[in-house]
Each structure stands twice: as structure tokens, then as C-alpha cells.
Ligand binder design. Structure first.
Ligand code: FEO
Length: 132
């Protein structure tokens, strides 16, 4: 079973690019989770981890450009949330490639939990501003 499933009720922002990118992000996270939990080769897990993190960075930058372009009032708090997750990801990525950390069930649940909170609470909040 997938770690995380996109549904419009839980994750829909009514902003086209964001919903599409969130679906891609969920697919990449699910793939990483399946590789890690399924005992795939470490090289395959590492490649998927790098791909997921690169996509997260790209997605956050896209949202940030759109929020700034529309003068969204809550941009600073939203940006701070992004910076915090990128920090966690960068730390994991560095430790994984140094052989000091693994992608575990706990790591999957941590990222899932972050998305479960962030998209409904922060991303849905820019819906009106980005649709103006
Ligand atoms: Fe879709 Fe603010 O991350």
C-alpha cells in the first residue's frame, strides 16, 4: 500500500500547478518508500532519495515565486516552513550518502506527516491569492 495518497478533499489547493506537482511529489515519495521498505539496493534508494529531494526543492521554489508574484501576505511563514523541511532533507541526504543514516519507516512517516500538515494548512491558504 502506498505511503501517501493524493485526494482532492485532503490535498486539493485549487491551484493547478501546485496540485500537479504535489501528485508527482507523492509518487516520488511512494517510490522511495517502496524501495526502502522493500529492501532494494542502497544505490537505488540513494538515487530515488536524490530525485525526490531535487523535486521538493524545485516545487518549493515554484510556489515561492508564485506567492511573491501575487504579494501573498503569509509568504514569510510559508517560506520558513519550506526552509525547515529542506534542512531536514539535506541533512538526511548527506548522512545517507556518508553511510550514517538509512531511509526507514520512521523517515517515511516523518515526511508524510509533514505533508499531511503543510499542504492543508499552508498550501491551501494561498489558493485565493494565487487565483487572483
Ligand atoms: Fe506545496 Fe508549500 O509546499
Amino acid at each position: 500500500m502506498s505511503l501517501i495518497t493524493w485526494t482532492p478533499e485532503q490535498f486539493g489547493t485549487n491551484v493547478g500547478f501546485a496540485d500537479e506537482e504535489h501528485k508527482v511529489l507523492f509518487d516520488k515519495l511512494n517510490k522511495l518508500y517502496d524501495l526502502a521498505i522493500g529492501g532494494a539496493a542502497r544505490s537505488a534508494i540513494g538515487a530515488q532519495l536524490d530525485d525526490l529531494i531535487a523535486y521538493v526543492v524545485e516545487h518549493f521554489a515554484h510556489e515561492e515565486r508564485e506567492m511573491q508574484a501575487k504579494g501573498f501576505h503569509d509568504y514569510p511563514a510559508h517560506k520558513a516552513e519550506h526552509v525547515a523541511l529542506i534542512g531536514i532533507c539535506a541533512d538526511l541526504q548527506k548522512k545517507f550518502h556518508a553511510g550514517e543514516a538509512e531511509v526507514t519507516e520512521e523517515v517515511g512517516q516523518l515526511v508524510k506527516g509533514w505533508l499531511d500538515n503543510h499542504i492543508p494548512k499552508f498550501d491551501k491558504a494561498y489558493s485565493n491569492a494565487l487565483n487572483r
